[in-house]
Design a protein around this ligand. Structure first.
Ligand code: AMP
Ligand code: MG
Length: 356
């Protein structure tokens, strides 16, 4: 299959060529084809959410297990009532506060949504993304796009169109290039079908932000560090996702001790002839001796780390490092989402740095 790549940026957004490209992409989706598109979280691999054949194609293109449901993307609040049984008051309040934005809600599905899209579940995940290209595409496609992240299953989610091209070139009809995703980690998922709203996947919208709107909010124990042996409620969270090719280890502890420990591990690895990479931060990166040290961003602003993490993991793959050592991040706010993805990428391999 020939994959058309079309770039849409703030300069050409309102040109006829861009509008025609989105119309073309919308037609592809309506005809049962696949289009990858930018969102503010990561790139999505889209198909018509109401067409079971499209969902089957998405699973095939990604190599994704078919029990791992897709998120349905909408562009108008009014459309929600078509795909869910009922709209709880909590959903209305969250949408007012966070849509369009990086928040996915789990609700009871209506008969209109095929089981292929929801991995056989009676619930559906819904989100309204905050990206102009995505919203225009959803409208052009008829209102409902099922889209998981646009990576081959098991690879880091793509934050740039070139990574979508690498993973899915030749497997989708079209890729819309909207530049670097500004958040860089997948949406927060909150389940509204239980008595107490429950976070199934941490993201940019934090527990504190949700609690401000809803009051009591729980976190699925399986995604907390102490619950890593339990089965998560979001089927996708049980897979070892986001994995780089190299073995990744997180080093936890006080900054000085972490730097010393990582430098020791790097020296040991290099003695064995292994190429090592380090995930550092703005203020620490100059203090490492590894062959490849990457600056993930600033600790004061952990959203910068969220934005760069997947790009860094993919770059280490390109540079063929054998082992990666990473500093660890906060267990609160957006840092919790960063740590959640990093732990999965590391297969939960964490070493304590010891005494400073
Ligand atoms: P992705 O689109 O690749 O970010 O993956 C979507 C995530 O949403 C996966 O972890 C799914 O397991 C989760 N998800 C989608 N639909 C549901 C649902 N109905 N109930 C629980 N989790 C869901
Ligand atoms: Mg994904």
């Amino acid at each position: 299959m020939n994959t058309e790549l079309f770039e849409i940026n703030d300069e050409n957004r309102n040109t006829d060529a861009s509008k025609e490209a989105i119309e073309r992409a919308g037609k592809i989706l309506q005809g049962g084809g696949l289009v990858a598109f930018p969102t503010e979280t990561v790139y999505g691999l889209g198909g018509d959410a109401l067409n079971p054949e499209s969902s089957r194609k998405i699973y095939a293109a990604k190599g994704r297990p078919s029990d791992n449901p897709l998120i349905v993307h909408i562009c108008r609040w009014e459309d929600l009532s078509q795909i869910v049984k009922e709209i709880p008051e909590t959903a209305k309040r969250l949408a007012d506060a966070f849509w369009p934005g990086p928040l996915t809600m789990i609700l009871e599905k209506s008969d209109k949504v095929p089981g292929e899209t929801t991995g056989g579940l009676s619930t559906v995940a819904v989100r309204m993304p905050d990206d102009q290209t995505a919203l225009a595409l959803i409208r052009a496609a008829g209102g409902f796009i099922a889209a998981p992240s646009a990576n081959v299953s098991g690879r880091p989610s793509p934050t740039l169109a070139k990574y979508v091209q690498e993973d899915l070139g030749g497997k989708v009809e079209m890729i819309l290039d909207g530049g670097q995703a500004c958040i860089g980690l997948e949406s927060t998922i909150v389940d509204l079908t239980d008595k107490v709203p429950t976070i199934l996947r941490p993201g940019y919208i934090t527990k504190e932000m949700l609690s401000e709107i809803l009051g009591e909010v729980e976190t699925d124990r399986a995604i907390l560090p102490e619950g890593s042996s339990q089965t998560p409620k979001a089927p996708g969270m049980k897979y070892r996702h986001y994995a780089p090719k190299a073995e990744l280890t997180i080093i936890a502890g006080e900054e000085k001790a972490v730097i010393r420990k990582i430098n020791e591990l790097v020296a040991e690895a290099e003695k064995k002839g292994l190429r090592s990479g380090v995930i550092a931060t703005e203020t620490t990166m100059a203090r490492y001796n590894a062959s490849l040290v990457k600056n993930a961003g600033s600790r004061e602003k952990e959203e910068t780390v969220a934005k760069e993490l997947y790009r860094i993991l993919r770059e280490f793959d390109e540079e063929e490092v054998d082992v990666i050592y990473s500093e660890s991040f906060a267990e609160s706010g957006i840092g919790q989402a960063v740590m959640n993805r990093l732990l999965k990428a590391a297969g939960h391999r964490v070493e304590e740095a010891g005494e400073p």
